[in-house]
Design a protein around this ligand. Sequence first.
Ligand code: FE2
Length: 285
Amino acid sequence: MTDLDTTDASDLREQFERDGFVVLPDFVDPSACDALKARANELVAGFEPDATVRSIFSTNEQTRTTDDYFLGSGDDIRFFFEEEAFGPDGELNQPLELSINKFGHAQHDLDPVFDSFSRSPELADVADRLGFGGHVLVQSMYIFKQPHIGGEVTCHNDHTFIWTDPVSCIGLWFAIEDATIDNGCLWALPGGHRIPVKQRFRREGTGTGFEVFDDTPYPTEGLVSLEATKGTVIVLDGRLPHLSGANRSDHSRHAYTLHVVDPAADYPADNWLQRPDLPLRGFRG
Ligand code: FE2
């Protein structure tokens, strides 16, 4: 564990407010990472896809697949394929367990292993120190970034997808395996959380769309790679521009993410993520 007692809480918070992110290496014990990974693999082994659930997670946020399977995943655990998982014949090019891009979006509430990983006393303590200890956990994703076919995630911020008024979304990104430039680590724009939000992703009729406020791209100059060893947690301001590259290496890059919001903020009914059947819970259950 990172010895946070030696890190002045105000320094940590100052860094978070200045850069829009903080990186805490050795935050999670490697054995806890291994246990989460084993559970993720068990869940995938129990997944029996049929044609209707071959829902591909498009890694280009502009063309994200938005079928019913995706839109109904807010209070369930559902599986999404890598875009490059299938051959021209529509069959998988590799075993199922090496074809899944991610699963989500409520394992932190529905699965006991994910629940306890997501609500450790250490995490609640960091949330307190950074000023969001009272937030509730709205979304989780286990991301595989599979060898060779792991898709890129283009530059975005999370508030675009998990909108609240006022802005309150915070992302927690856990390295379950070592993340390197080679296998598709995160990149972020320090201070970029001060750039006005450019778009909002929302439900429109039976589908989804972007409400665009500013169609200029984020600057690429100044992006920094956030290589992370297994057990690192990265805390991201919801407005911070970030991305990850494709994985063309032989090694997977498993990561687990949580998104949390202030329960006192307005959560619009047309946010894509809805949890009609699940009450919201915080870091301490
Ligand atoms: Fe993100």
